[in-house]
Write a protein that binds this ligand. Structure first.
Ligand code: HEC
Ligand code: HEC
Ligand code: HEC
Ligand code: HEC
Ligand code: HEC
Ligand code: HEC
Length: 453
């Protein structure tokens, strides 16, 4: 009886403790929500465990408390509007800004106090990472898609291989037959029966002529197939995957470290071309990331290899890692261009990345419910964040552009289109009813002049 009571008491105490701790967690903030907000707003420049563009943020609350005697009030101000805080003359705000070479952090005036509390809770107590099994299956579906694509490619080459083997076999057979004949002709003992052999040669031809004729027909078909194939694929480089002067892995940068595409390809939203970042952009991070310490290793590569590749950035920018300064001796890095439309084609990134963003993402996700995308770039460039070496993920032919323009409903609610196409939309609605779908084709996306100079 007594021991039961003891347990009962202990139980009560345990429950009480549990309640108080969970209550205090609740008061501190919701790490799950914080994680979401952090991933959406901060991962372009911050990670928990290492410095990216900005400092590592794991345990930042405690760090600033002990090192600078700053509280969450300060952090709240900094995160919402670091510029005003700096301009107000705050000592540490200016110090850290100087320390990071005056790289300006984005202001987040639209985050609420609760949001900031949640984010800080996440940086203090990040939830345990998802079980490894989930990660593995996520990777598997990606590689399954890739596998399927490569299977399709390899089944094509299988057909060609089998055909070639068949032809080779036939030729070998003919060769053996001919050798037999020649041998017969040459052999002295058989001179006597030459006459009868001539007859047997004619017999032989009678017997086997269809093989030769069949062969001619077969070769004809094969040549036609080859010609058709090469004509169909002129200017198509899907799968083109050149070697680059620095082994820059998108999987490591955008996949493992979640760096936003537009941090590097920042011109995509402003205009026609989405530029390859200059070496200065690399140095924003690699001034401090001189070694590779990531968990992920591509099979066949090791830390020494990655470290060597990072050294190439220093060679190119003339950065002296000992003295931590630039020597002034630079050498340009010559990236091989992968995507390249002919000069008579007009393609504009901003039109697709900004105006068309929502339309393209939602239409893509409707068509590919099993492989949804979150970043507009992937609709055209594929799962770049899983590629160690970039390869062309689509045909990039005229048919490919047109196909998407025919099937993508534009977003009538974005600011630009709402203004621009209001009349058109109203007219179409009157004509065909309110459920009318307006595709890119409907706004002129199939007109030759839109894509050709
Ligand atoms: C565009 C890049 C960028 C984004 C996005 C960004 N930051 Fe920063 N952050 C920086 C830089 C750079 C610094 C270093 C100070 C400076 O240069 O202004 C910094 C500094 C900080 C600091 C001070 C840390 C310290 O050790 O002193 C905190 C806290 C912080 N950021 C939080 C956040 C949070 C939270 C978010 C997301 C809501 C965020 N940042 C988004 C670039 C960014
Ligand atoms: C840290 C910088 C960085 C980030 C982040 C980044 N890229 Fe890149 N990207 C590069 C560099 C450098 C190259 C040139 C070398 C190469 O082809 O790998 C490149 C090349 C490319 C190319 C091929 C360009 C050509 O020559 O035609 C495409 C397409 C591309 N990136 C898309 C993306 C997408 C989509 C994302 C986001 C998922 C992304 N990039 C994120 C730096 C970056
Ligand atoms: C926003 C920060 C950031 C920028 C910008 C950046 N990197 Fe990195 N880079 C990283 C991180 C993080 C790692 C992985 C380090 C680790 O896990 O230890 C990395 C690793 C690497 C590696 C080794 C792994 C690999 O990809 O082969 C190379 C090489 C590299 N970067 C080259 C570049 C080049 C070239 C540029 C400019 C075009 C660039 N980086 C721009 C953050 C950045
Ligand atoms: C609607 C399809 C589409 C979308 C969406 C798209 N691209 Fe492209 N991208 C292209 C085409 C087409 C080219 C070839 C352009 C050329 O050669 O003129 C290209 C070329 C590039 C290049 C090589 C440099 C250049 O501009 O020629 C990079 C880098 C690139 N894209 C990155 C991105 C990034 C990053 C995003 C997302 C922010 C993105 N792209 C979104 C179709 C797209
Ligand atoms: C993944 C789908 C997709 C692909 C692929 C695509 N586009 Fe588009 N394109 C769009 C969308 C969506 C818009 C409409 C954007 C808007 O809302 O204004 C658009 C608009 C345009 C426009 C403006 C049309 C107009 O009437 O204002 C041009 C020009 C254009 N695209 C050229 C191209 C070219 C060239 C290619 C191929 C190299 C291409 N696009 C590939 C989705 C795509
Ligand atoms: C949505 C954009 C788009 C529209 C609209 C468009 N084209 Fe094209 N066109 C392209 C692209 C992209 C290429 C380059 C394809 C390549 O390099 O494989 C191309 C190539 C061509 C070529 C070169 C032959 C070839 O296949 O490479 C001709 C000719 C052509 N277009 C004619 C036209 C005509 C005529 C129209 C109007 C009926 C038209 N195009 C409308 C995007 C477009």
């Amino acid at each position: 009886m007594i021991s039961w009571r003891k347990h009962y008491k202990r139980g009560l105490i345990a429950i009480g403790l549990l309640l108080t701790t969970s209550a205090s967690i609740y008061a501190q903030g919701d790490a799950k929500n914080g994680e979401k907000l952090f991933k959406a707003n901060c991962t372009a420049c911050h990670a928990l465990d290492k410095q990216l563009v900005g400092p590592a943020l794991g345990g930042v609350v405690d760090r600033l408390k002990t090192e600078q005697n700053l509280d969450t009030e300060w952090l709240n101000k900094w995160i919402k509007d670091n510029k005003s805080l700096r301009e107000s003359g705050d000592k540490y705000a200016n110090e850290v800004y100087e320390k990071f070479n005056k790289v300006e952090m984005t202001a987040f005036p639209n985050l609420t106090d609760q949001d900031v509390t949640d984010i800080l809770e996440y940086t203090t107590n990040p939830p345990a990472p998802e079980p490894a099994a989930d990660v593995a299956t996520a990777v598997d579906t990606n590689s399954a898609a890739a596998l399927e694509a490569s299977n399709r490619d390899s089944s094509n080459s299988k057909i060609i291989l089998i055909s070639l083997l068949a032809i080779g076999g036939l030729l070998l057979w003919l060769l053996l037959k001919l050798r037999q004949l020649v041998k017969l002709q040459q052999s002295e003992e058989l001179q006597g029966i030459n006459a009868s052999r001539a007859v047997s040669f004619a017999d032989l031809y009678k017997k086997y002529h269809y093989v030769g004729k069949g062969l001619v027909v077969f070769l004809g078909i094969f040549a036609a197939y080859g010609l058709w194939n090469s004509l169909m694929w002129i200017g198509v480089y899907k799968g083109y995957k050149p070697e680059q002067p620095i082994y820059f892995s998108h999987k490591i940068h955008s996949g493992e470290n979640k760096i936003d595409c537009q941090l590097c390809h920042s011109s995509a939203k402003y205009g026609k071309v989405s530029e390859i970042p200059s070496m200065n952009v690399c140095m924003n991070c690699h001034r401090t990331i001189a070694e590779y310490n990531g968990k992920y290793m591509e099979p066949g590569k090791d830390k020494a290899f990655y470290d060597g590749e990072i050294q190439k950035i220093y060679a190119a920018t003339g950065w002296d890692t000992e003295k931590q300064q630039y020597t002034g001796k630079t050498q340009p890095v010559e990236w091989t261009r992968i995507h390249n439309m002919p000069d008579f084609v007009y393609f504009n990134h901003a039109q697709h990345v900004v105006a068309g963003e929502q339309a393209i993402i939602s239409s893509y996700n409707k068509k590919n419910p099993e492989a949804k995308i979150d970043v507009v770039c992937k609709a055209c460039h594929g799962q770049i964040d899983t590629m160690n070496v970039v390869q062309m993920a689509n045909d990039f032919t005229m048919g490919w552009c047109i196909d998407c323009h025919r099937t993508t409903e534009i977003d009538m609610d974005n600011g630009y289109n709402k203004e621009y196409f209001k009349n058109l939309h109203d007219k179409l609605k009157k004509q065909y009813g309110s459920g009318t779908k307006v595709t890119v084709a409907a706004i002129g996306g199939l007109e030759c002049g839109k894509c050709h100079y």
